[in-house]
Design a protein around this ligand. Structure first.
Ligand code: AMP
Length: 306
């Protein structure tokens, strides 16, 4: 079923211990979309400048991603982000954030997007996230992510937005910041009082935990021999998670949602996040196949069964 993905489409400059690329396709909506498109029909809402290359648009289009909502601003420049990773790649420093056309991003959904049942709101201003949801008439599952900046400086708006979400995907430090609790079990309980009935806390190379009010499910990180570039891993995780749910038509009914499907969604999220790290930028998605995804999913099963 159709999934709307809202967020940045960008150019990134990235330096890791394995190399340096000055400018390549990036952005949260790009990673989420490329990842989710393996599971379901994706429609992107984002903005780029007229420097956005035809080749990059072509990659998204080749995955049957609907780009009707990809606004192109004449004379504008595409959002640019640059970052450098620590030697162990667990930390990164942002070197540059040029918002460019993204500074005035005020997503407006094309008519053909408004009836879609699935919505993933990438990391943008919480009020804009709320406005997008308000434009949809038939949404069955809504969720997204956020970051430290919005949690610290836009807390009231974020709390208002979260009230309408089914799920939230954040990393452990953000969960602690949002809840004011260091202990993750307590943090999760607090966050689920804010609106979302489902919470995924990502823990980088250590995996992720799926929380529901009546229990939780823990997934280890997939062990990769070489991590070339972790950029976009969190977004690719999100794409696998929501893409799987949308592809299967999973949504809450009678106040409940299938926990077994949510568990599988978290595994697919982990699978997609791990593939993303194997090459620079979005490169791994250029060659990735359904068979490879399925093989890694089965490997996860074998590694965690006892
Ligand atoms: P991740 O590694 O999953 O956190 O995602 C990295 C992607 O997020 C990069 O491709 C960046 O272009 C994009 N990004 C970085 N900073 C921001 C921001 N402030 N708003 C939106 N997207 C961003």
């Amino acid at each position: 079923m159709s999934l709307i993905v809202v967020g940045s489409v960008a150019y990134d400059g990235v330096e890791t211990p394995h190399g340096k690329v000055d400018r390549m396709l990036g952005g949260a909506a790009t990673y989420i979309g490329l990842s989710a498109a393996f599971f379901t029909e994706v429609k992107i809402v984002a903005v780029v400048g007229d420097d956005f290359a035809e080749e990059d648009r072509g990659l998204l289009a080749s995955r049957k991603i609907d780009l009707t909502g990809l606004e192109r601003v004449p004379g504008g420049k595409t959002f640019f982000w640059a970052g450098k990773y620590s030697p162990d790649m667990n930390d990164r420093e942002t070197l540059r954030t040029d918002l460019n056309v993204f500074a005035d991003f005020n997503p407006k959904l094309p008519e053909t997007y408004r009836g879609a049942p699935y919505l993933f709101l990438g990391n943008i201003q919480p009020e804009l996230q709320r406005n997008v949801r308000a434009q949809m008439s038939n949404v069955r599952l809504t969720g997204g992510d956020t970051m430290n900046y919005w949690i610290n400086d836009f807390r009231p708006q974020l709390l208002e937005t979260l009230k309408q979400w089914d799920f939230l995907l954040i990393n452990d430090s953000e969960a602690r910041l949002l809840s004011g609790e260091y202990n993750l079990l307590r943090a999760a309980a607090r966050i689920m009082e804010l609106g979302p009935h489902t919470l995924v806390i990502k823990r980088g190379e250590y995996g992720a935990i799926l929380f529901r009010r009546d229990g939780h499910f823990m997934v280890p990180g997939y062990l990769l021999e070489d991590v070339f570039d972790p950029t976009g891993a969190g977004d690719s995780f999100a794409g696998g998670f929501i893409g799987y749910l949308a592809g299967r038509g999973v949504s809450p009914h009678d106040g409940d949602i299938d926990f077994a499907e949510l568990r599988r969604a978290v595994i697919y999220g982990s699978v997609m996040g791990s593939f993303c790290c194997e090459k620079f930028g979005v490169d791994r998605f250029r060659t990735l196949t359904h068979a490879e995804i399925e093989a890694r999913y089965q490997e996860f099963k074998a590694c965690t069964a006892f």
